[in-house]
Design a protein around this ligand. Structure first.
Ligand code: KIV
Length: 264
């Protein structure tokens, strides 16, 4: 496994060479170390933490303070991967100035190397302003979880022309890559072929330059609902419950602690 830190130019290089990019979310130091050592390229501190860590029904309640707190933990656990902080709802929509200041906090206070923002053409000025400030931007198109109420739910987005136009605009504005979420694979394939920057898909089919999933879905730690695009690679939720049940049974039965666990 290469130990060179993953940089923004390195990700662009991967696209040129036809190498696929692997991104996953993490929200704390423990799991950040695990996913980094597993060799992923990008660790996203997603605002999905509002759902899979905090138990909310949407990502909307995540705040700047919470995102910075979790991004700091993740950045301390990562040695190689690129750490991206997800800008939460209302941290960049009100004004350009607020967007730049809040994005800068992810780099300055939390140790991220880049930020992610949702939206296409409407985000062009902010992507340019962030570039001027030296802040790399991962754009996010298609199903936009922060606009769940406007979209009327978590629905696959099929407006091909608009998606292609938005993708071209965020690339021209300076985004270094773009997440494509909830898009038919024929459309994400066209976007991927049209762009020089990498596309990273989630529910966008097989032809993106990379893929991202939420860690708790991959590990079977979040089982409230499982979208069609998720593949569960482990059932850690069941394993964890079994381990705690065993601990509880042994405590109740007086089988733990044993002599070897006691100090003399
Ligand atoms: O918040 C998040 O975890 C995300 C990814 C799923 C792309 O935005």
């Amino acid at each position: 496994m290469a130990t060179q830190p993953v940089t923004v130019p390195a990700l662009l290089d991967k696209k040129k060479k036809g190498e696929r990019i692997c991104m996953i979310t993490a929200y704390d130091w423990t799991f950040a170390r695990i996913v980094d050592r597993a060799g992923v390229d990008v660790v996203l501190v997603g605002d999905s933490l509002a759902m899979v860590v905090q138990g909310h029904g949407t990502s909307l309640p995540a705040t700047m303070d919470q995102m910075l707190y979790h991004t700091g933990m993740v950045a301390r656990g990562v040695e190689r991967a690129l750490v991206v902080g997800d800008m939460p709802f209302l941290s960049y929509q009100p004004s350009l100035e607020e967007g730049v200041r809040n994005a800068g906090r992810f780099l300055k206070e939390a140790g991220a190397a880049a930020v992610k923002i949702e939206g296409g053409a409407v985000r062009e000025p902010l992507i340019r302003a962030l570039g001027d400030a030296g802040i790399p931007v991962l754009a996010h198109l298609g199903l936009l979880p922060q606009s769940v109420h406007l979209m009327g739910g978590y629905k696959v987005q099929r407006e091909e022309e608009r998606l292609l136009r938005d993708a071209a605009i965020v690339e021209q504005a300076g985004a270094f890559a773009v997440v494509l979420e909830g898009i038919p694979e024929a459309i994400s394939q066209k976007i991927t072929e049209a762009l020089a920057i990498p596309t990273i898909g989630i529910g966008a089919g097989r032809y993106c330059d990379g893929q991202v999933l939420v860690l708790h879905d991959v590990l079977g730690l979040f089982t409230e609902f499982t979208p069609k695009f998720v593949k569960r690679y482990a059932d850690l939720g069941a394993l964890a419950m079994e381990a705690v049940r065993l601990f509880r049974d042994e405590v109740v039965a007086g089988a733990f602690p044993e002599e070897k666990h006691a100090y003399r």
